[in-house]
Design a protein around this ligand. Structure first.
Ligand code: PMP
Length: 461
């Protein structure tokens, strides 16, 4: 319907006015939005590209919110939804009821999950998955008779979601800028992905670590530790080799469950099916969402170890936790089709191959632009930074807004990227296109960034 608006400028204006007035947007500055209206109204998508109401086409360089992994306009997913909706659009999973797509998807996800992850609880998204993981961890210890084990530890620069619990676990200060409610049993360890869990307290980023927090709180108070294998919103920080194993060992030593937040990394983003697979780590609980349906339907889930699953089914106690849309048949049918396509079209392998192309592109950018630094990629999640002096590791002054300007220059050239500039002195530009991205697409993306960085450099002068 909105596609026709490209011929009706007054229609776009009307939509813009209604948008400003009636629609309060997530993770947006309300004042800026109500002053300026929408930057872009998406109308159509095809492959790695999206079209807007003015008829312009953009490369979706971040898969929207790192979720549209199979790209836009995937008709097979739409057909799966249509078929399911016209057969049984919705059926409850409460009170002993079930439905076929949910059962089949549970079996499928477990079959590709690492180690002994052996059952899944379905949710409608990533925040719900993390809240569920916290509750399952607490329920597990409750059933084990260790009722004091309630606290959850998260780390700096983590993003775990927007609900009270997942939001509290989020270790990015910008998400805590108002006096919102907090879950008092969730602690931020002030630990960075690069320091003392590996035994190195001399790291310049050292502020504390998970081990310190466990010692301070006492392991009998702690249910679980949560982290992402690659921190997404917090700045595309890839766990260094050995880090996740060190945390897993620390958890085992202290009878603490390890929750891996695979909401971004799950289902191929990192060039392996799960981010954890890059380091052969098997967590006790694993949160998934986004890539499970490539964003075509709202679905998430929490995978759990055999030990947790067996403990839950051993006791005659209600799991007092459920979402209306847990195990939604249409969402699960889309998820099943999505996983079938991922396997059939070798999407995970493609993500791994494109990592090499991205790294080549980053090398070119670093060779040609003295301000481009610290590039990194794992599969198709990647970033580079902008620095005033990369040899001396010196940041740009905050007022220069280096990452925002480069992203804006990319946007002018019809490439959508996103920035992470929450950390003092960091100007990070994230690139995470759909997992169907080809070599020529990566080249096009790098060429646009090349021009955008040149435009930024010219502005600096
Ligand atoms: N965990 C991670 C790692 C995420 O990136 C996100 C969303 N960006 C979430 C959890 C929350 O997911 P949702 O927005 O679907 O609730």
């Amino acid at each position: 319907m909105v596609a026709n608006l490209s011929q009706q400028v007054s229609g776009i204006d009307q939509l813009g006015e209604w948008d400003k007035k009636y629609y309060l947007h997530p993770t947006t500055v309300p004042k800026t939005f109500s002053d300026n209206g929408p930057k872009i109204i998406f109308t159509e998508g095809n492959g790695i590209r999206v079209k807007d109401a003015k008829g312009d086409t953009y490369i979706d360089g971040v898969s929207m919110l790192w979720n549209v992994n199979l790209g836009h306009g995937q008709k097979e997913l739409a057909d799966a939804a249509y078929e399911q909706m016209t057969t049984l659009a919705y059926g409850s999973s409460f009170y002993g009821y079930s439905n076929e797509p949910a059962i089949r998807l549970a079996e499928k996800v477990v079959s590709i999950a690492p180690g002994d992850l052996s059952a899944i609880y379905f949710t409608s998204g990533g925040s719900e998955s993390n809240d569920t993981a916290f509750k399952l961890a607490r329920f597990y210890w409750h059933l084990k008779g260790r009722k004091g084990k309630k606290k959850i530890i998260s780390i700096t620069n983590s993003y775990h979601g927007a609900t009270v619990a997942a939001g509290t676990a989020t270790g990015i200060d910008a998400f805590h800028n108002f006096a919102g409610s907090r879950d008092i049993d969730i602690l931020n360890a002030k630990a960075h992905l690069t320091n003392c869990e590996l035994g190195d307290k001399s790291d310049p980023n050292y502020e504390g670590c998970i081990r310190d927090t466990i010692e301070k709180e006492g392991s009998e108070a702690i249910a679980a530790v949560i982290m992402e294998p690659v921190q997404g919103a917090g700045g595309i920080h890839i766990a260094p080799d050995g880090y996740l194993k060190a945390v897993k060992d620390l958890c085992e030593e202290n009878d603490i469950l390890f929750i891996m937040d695979e909401v971004i990394c799950g289902f191929g983003r990192t060039g392996k099916i799960f981010g954890s697979d890059n380091w052969d780590i098997v967590p006790d609980l694993m949160s998934v969402a986004k890539g499970i349906t490539s964003g075509y339907s709202q679905l998430g889930g929490v995978l759990m170890s055999e030990e947790i699953r067996n403990t839950l089914v051993q006791y005659d106690q209600i799991l007092g936790h459920g979402f209306t849309y847990s195990g939604h048949p249409t969402a699960c049918a889309v998820g099943l089709k999505n996983l079938e396509i991922i396997e059939r079209d070798k999407i995970v392998e493609n993500a791994k191959n494109m990592e090499k192309e991205l790294k080549k592109g980053f090398k070119y950018l670093e060779d040609n632009h003295a301000n481009v630094a610290k590039s990194r990629a794992l599969g198709l999640i990647s970033a580079f930074e902008l620095q005033a002096d990369r040899d001396a590791d010196l940041p740009f002054d905050k007022s220069i807004r280096a990452a925002a300007i480069v992203a804006e220059e990319c946007y002018k050239r019809k490439l959508i990227l996103r920035t992470a500039d929450f950390e003092e002195g960091k100007n990070i530009v994230a690139i995470a296109p759909p997992l169907i991205t080809k070599k020529e697409d990566v080249e096009e993306i790098i060429n646009i960034i090349d021009d955008a960085v040149t435009a930024f450099e010219n502005k600096l002068e």
